[in-house]
Design a protein around this ligand. Structure first.
Ligand code: SF4
Length: 388
């Protein structure tokens, strides 16, 4: 297909595709799906070989958020029965992080619900970062604490943070439909603050919120312009008890086309398969490894992921290898002095609804696989061992 040859050539040269080309990837048929994956896979291998970077989420503070992000189980008014707890102590967070590192994660992502941190919160997280760095040599730490105020990014950097995550989530044009308590511009500003402080920026999206193909292309082109080092791609987990609970509109094939489009638009960036991969890609997850070079290990913020060992087995079985701690993730032309990298899942990430419900047909669309969504009941904030 001419389209795919053109996109591979551009990806190998780090040249931006046209919007029409990106839209055409999303419009390809299921008959062409393996050709699309193979083409984007060539670009992935050019910049990242067959390596898969593992990342591990620690939810430092769960639920009770005053913001109203429609996709989020931690939002204001959420009826989702998620774990709710206030700040983990530095040693508790460090213990949770150690489980992920022992499972092969080279980055730990520290996430807290809320609009943004107070200066006292930044102190608290700084101590946590120091504890994690002290107890896990060489580990990268990414903070995801919401909107930053002046000077906070610099303080996190001084405390040893390598990266900061703040997702754009959706296009500028649809942002107001998803969240009303802050703006798209607020989010862009926080990514700029992180970059200006020398933190490796991580910013991505959530697909499956009812957006159009044009919206998806808009947000991915905006991300390319923002130039983060890593782009997490989340697939909406429609939690019962949130406004988007009925948005079951993704198929595994659609997810693969979205990931391929992101790879073509952001060829040399760490593209991370984030929340929702088990729920929406299901048995097609190994094919996604040909497109992304990074995944989360184990559980998400408020929902459970597949077993850490299943992730490791999948990587090996698909012919990929876990990226070692001594390897620089990004290609040489992007790697920054001081070992930057790239990181996380949605905003403060999307998570899970009630476990054990049966699959149901959603009229005219893909099946609602509520049976695959389980609220996290183990790991950080509980007495049970984490899943890493
Ligand atoms: S995404 Fe973050 S800011 Fe938005 S409601 Fe969830 S926890 Fe709050």
């Amino acid at each position: 297909m001419d389209l795919l040859n053109t996109l591979v050539d551009k990806g190998l040269r780090r040249e931006l595709p046209t919007r029409e080309e990106a839209l055409a990837v999303l419009a390809t048929s299921d008959d062409d799906l393996l050709d699309v994956v193979a083409a984007a896979g060539k670009v992935r291998r050019q910049w990242f070989g067959r390596r898969v970077k593992l990342n591990y989420l620690v939810n430092l503070k769960s639920g009770l958020c005053p913001e109203d992000c429609s996709y989020c189980s931690q939002r204001l008014g959420s009826k989702a029965e998620i774990l709710k707890y206030t700040w983990l102590k530095p040693d508790e967070a460090s213990q949770a992080a150690a489980a992920g590192v022992a499972g092969g994660a080279k980055r730990v992502c520290l996430v807290a619900s809320g609009r943004g941190p107070t200066d006292r919160d930044v102190d608290r997280v700084s101590k946590t970062i120091e504890a994690i760095k002290e107890q896990n040599e060489g580990v990268e730490v990414c903070a995801c604490l919401g909107l930053l105020s002046d000077g906070q990014a610099e303080r996190l950097r001084s405390a040893g943070a390598d990266a900061y995550n703040h997702n754009l989530n959706t296009s500028e044009g649809t942002y107001g439909d998803i969240t009303t308590t802050h703006t798209y511009a607020d989010r862009v500003e926080t990514v700029h603050q992180a970059q200006a402080a020398g933190l490796s920026a991580c910013s991505g999206l959530i697909a499956g919120m009812g957006e159009s193909d044009a919206d998806l292309v808009d947000v991915v082109f905006s991300l390319r312009e923002l130039d983060p080092d890593s782009v997490p791609v989340n697939f909406l987990i429609p939690f019962e008890g949130t406004p988007l609970a009925k948005e079951w509109n993704l198929t595994p094939q659609r997810c693969l086309r979205i990931l391929a489009m992101v790879r073509f638009v952001c060829p040399d960036v760490e593209v991370r398969l984030a929340g929702g991969r088990e729920v929406h890609l299901r048995s097609m997850q190994p094919l996604a490894l040909h497109l992304v070079n990074s995944i989360f290990l184990g559980d998400y913020l408020t929902s459970e992921g597949q077993a850490g060992q299943a992730d490791l087995d999948m990587i090996t079985d698909a012919g990929f290898e876990v990226e070692g701690a001594g390897t620089t993730t990004l290609p040489t032309h992007r790697a920054r002095q001081g070992g930057g990298c790239g990181s996380h899942d949605g905003g403060c990430a999307p998570c899970g609804d009630a476990p054990g419900e049966a699959a149901a047909e959603s009229p005219g669309g893909p099946a609602a696989r509520t049976d695959l969504v389980a609220v996290r009941r183990r790991g950080a904030g509980t007495d049970l061992a984490p899943n890493a």
